[in-house]
Design a protein around this ligand. Structure first.
Ligand code: ZN
Length: 247
């Protein structure tokens, strides 16, 4: 059923593209770089990096309690509890995106003549792991440390990824809890892409506290947390890419 729906959607997209040349842009996200979505409307995005980790199940509970949808930038090749958390995130309507296999330091790697091959090789296994767990190839990636240069965009384009950084994030800094919360709430606007972290060995209470504060404020202001594909209008990823036949 899913496959038929995809085919129907694809045919519709092709027909519309024949009639409306500008629609080509909607498919043309590979290699594009985003730090925010449209500032009109009511959508914004919650994004979580470096997971799944010990925080992810509690975070999924929290998101479920408010109906919020988020994007998870997956690092590594999740297994065990982390794989279960990834499968659960996808089953509950969140989006999985690629944050590379081993979170290398690209500021240092920038001088390596094989850097583009290294990056492609870092994207591939995590992309495959997401495909296996969630049933679609991820179409969005975020570089470790938000590193962005022209060569990265070229690799992203070749590998079929949009690059997405963030509008605001501070949960890894030395700011006080109050300053951090104030920073996130100030940045909470239509189109904002907020960055948090859910990876690491222990539950990141700070991530949960900040998410709770943002969700409460968003509800007050009528803002809706949506997945990045929806915020950036780069296609309904889960529906338009048929599940691979296991190749
Ligand atoms: Zn990271």
């Amino acid at each position: 059923m899913r496959y038929n729906r995809s085919v129907g959607k694809s045919l519709k997209a092709i027909l519309i593209c024949l009639l409306v040349p500008a629609c080509a842009g909607a498919q043309d996200y590979a290699g594009k770089f985003y730090t925010a979505g449209p500032s009109t409307g009511t959508f914004f995005a919650l994004t979580y990096d470096d997971g799944p980790g010990a925080t992810t199940p509690a975070l999924l509970d929290l998101l479920a309690s408010s109906g919020a949808k988020a994007t998870f930038f997956i690092s590594g090749r999740p297994s065990g509890k982390n794989l279960s958390a990834l499968q659960r995130a996808c089953a509950e309507g969140h989006l999985a995106a690629n944050h590379t296999l081993s979170h290398k330091n690209y500021f240092k790697l920038a001088v390596d003549p094989d850097k583009d091959k290294i990056l492609a090789a870092e994207l591939e296994p995590t992309g495959k792991a997401i495909e296996k767990a969630c049933g679609y190839r991820p179409r969005i990636m975020r570089m470790p440390n938000g590193y962005s240069r022209d060569w990265v965009r070229k690799v992203a384009r070749a590998e079929g990824y949009a690059l997405v950084n963030w509008t605001y994030g501070s949960d890894w800094t030395k700011l006080s809890d109050e300053e951090m919360t104030a920073g996130y709430l100030k940045a909470l606007k239509p189109g904002a892409i907020l960055l948090f972290h859910d990876g690491g060995g222990k539950v990141r209470q700070r991530t949960l506290r900040l998410t709770r504060a943002v969700l409460a404020e968003a509800a007050k202001r009528g803002l809706e947390p949506v997945t990045l594909d929806r915020l950036l209008n780069i296609g309904d990823i889960g529906d338009t890419i048929p599940i691979s036949s296991g190749k």
